[in-house]
Design a binder for this molecule. Structure first.
Ligand code: HEM
Length: 447
């Protein structure tokens, strides 16, 4: 059904000469579509070396159809990019047609044995996903999260005071990195003395998506890298740590999430060793790297949009909206991918079973159809329609969204209450990744 003009960027599909009745699937009913290639290589971390590629994403959003990235050889299949808010939400909410369990939710497929070795709930579809999510969801409801407020505030206050006393330093190392990991580790039950080790391991986990991966045997790893999340030996380190902590909690239960997971039953059965370690790794990674990216970007926002934060200082009722704007503007997770399970049409683009669809949250968060003057940083931006930094809605909507919002809001409050004045002392060094919009180093002076 597809006729491709080899060597051309724009490829035209022509429907086969068939009668109307024979064209059964919605994909086949779309007779001809121009296949437009993405203007930049979205699979290359270098494309994100200075943050979100706004111009390329704007061009892609303006197109009538999805944009195409051709196959890169081997198992690197081509993929469709979704850059507008509405079709992105459609993909995110329809888990029957757009699966997280088939292929992989990152940009390229991995072998099925690798997929099952590393699968956590984020890589599964309902109903299995639903049963696992239920085990932890009560700890992250907006109501329950309020009970973490005092501990979060204490952590944030201590970090800010230390950095202010030093007159400044690396904002990421001093503030953005230790706070989210501290909070999620407290919830999981990881002792304070191990928090730095968790930061190190999760840093290396993302480095697995970059062009500077670790040595394969780091952290005593002996597992084939392709079986490990992000192909990183740091995943082995996290798994080993989780196993040891789990064993300790079996003997000495505590009021924490690791104990809850060790004792939990799904359909009358305890979690297997792999289910438990994969769960632990997901929570530590997801609860950490993401919020940290927003907190790192916040330092830049505080300087670049100082007058906006002055509005918040004068009217603290804007704090929650300001935190949401920081999260939209930083879009810490650039994308997640889905695999199409049956022929369908999305944004006038025919899709076939097996096709790969990448949801670029960092593009849809600047969709002018939804966000007025999207490149403007506006602390009073309405909360509805919601941005898609936490996903486009549906089964996998970020479990930790209420916690992340609380952490960023408290950080803003504590900075403003102390009257801290930031100056950026170095260019930000971005994380070398096409998956996380993170900042690795950012020197600041603090008064
Ligand atoms: C600004 C901070 C955060 C951002 C931008 C973010 C982003 C996201 C996104 C985009 C997804 C959707 C995945 C998908 O649809 O496939 C997600 C899922 C998830 N997030 Fe977050 N996240 C943040 C903070 C957190 C925190 C603090 C936690 C701590 C618990 C967390 C835990 C999770 C988990 C467990 C999932 C998987 C949910 C599921 O599969 O049902 N996240 N997050």
């Amino acid at each position: 059904m597809r006729s491709e003009a080899v060597g051309c960027d724009a490829v035209v599909w022509a429907a086969r000469e068939r009668s109307e009745q024979e064209r059964e699937t919605p994909a086949e009913r779309v007779l001809a579509v121009e296949r437009l290639s993405a203007p930049v290589d979205l699979s290359d971390p270098a494309t994100f070396a200075r943050g979100i590629p706004q111009a390329a994403f704007a061009e892609m959003r303006s197109r009538p159809t999805l944009s195409w990235t051709p196959p890169r050889g081997g198992d690197r299949a081509g993929f469709w990019s979704v850059t507008r808010h509405e079709p992105l939400s459609e993909v995110s909410r329809n888990t029957e047609v757009y699966s997280s369990a088939v292929g992989h939710i990152q940009i390229y497929d991995i072998d099925s044995d690798a997929l099952s070795a590393r699968a956590s709930m984020i890589d599964l579809d309902p109903p299995v996903h639903t049963r696992l999510r239920r085990l932890v969801s009560s700890a992250f409801t907006p109501r329950h999260v309020q009970s973490y407020e005092a501990a979060v505030r204490t952590r944030i206050g201590a970090r800010l005071d230390a950095l202010a006393a030093a007159g400044g330093g690396d904002w990421v190392e001093a503030v953005a990195a230790p706070i989210p990991i501290g909070v999620i580790c407290d919830i999981m039950g990881v002792p304070e003395s191990d928090h730095d080790y968790m930061i190190e391991l999760t840093d290396h986990l993302v480095a697995g998506t970059s062009s500077r991966p670790l040595e394969p045997n780091a952290y005593g790893n002996t597992t084939e890298l392709r079986l490990l999340p992000f192909n990183s030996p740091a995943a082995h380190g996290i798994n080993e740590y989780a196993r040891t902590l789990g064993e300790r909690r079996r003997v000495e239960p505590a009021d924490d999430l690791v104990t809850k997971l060790i004792e939990a039953e799904v359909d009358g059965e305890r979690l297997s060793d792999a289910e438990f370690t994969n769960f632990f790794r997901l929570m530590v990674f997801a609860g950490n790297e993401t919020t940290r990216a927003s907190m790192a970007h916040l330092a830049l926002h505080l300087v670049e949009f100082a007058e906006e934060f002055e509005r918040v200082r004068r009217d603290p009722s804007l704090t929650a909206q300001a935190a949401e704007e920081v999260i939209r503007y930083s879009s810490p997770i650039l994308y997640f991918r889905r695999t199409v399970t049956r022929d369908t049409v999305l944004q006038d683009t025919p899709l076939h079973a097996g096709d790969k669809v990448v949801m670029w949250y960092a593009a849809a968060n600047f969709d002018s159809e939804v966000f007025h003057d999207p490149l403007r940083f506006d602390v009073a931006r309405p909360l509805r329609p919601p941005n898609v930094a936490f996903g486009g809605g549906g089964a996998h909507f970020c479990l930790g969204a209420p916690l992340a919002r609380l952490e960023v809001a408290i950080l803003i409050e504590e900075i403003l209450q102390r009257g801290l004045c930031l100056e950026i002392a170095s260019d930000p060094v971005y994380v070398d990744s096409n998956f996380v919009n993170g900042i690795e180093h950012l020197e600041v002076a603090l008064r």
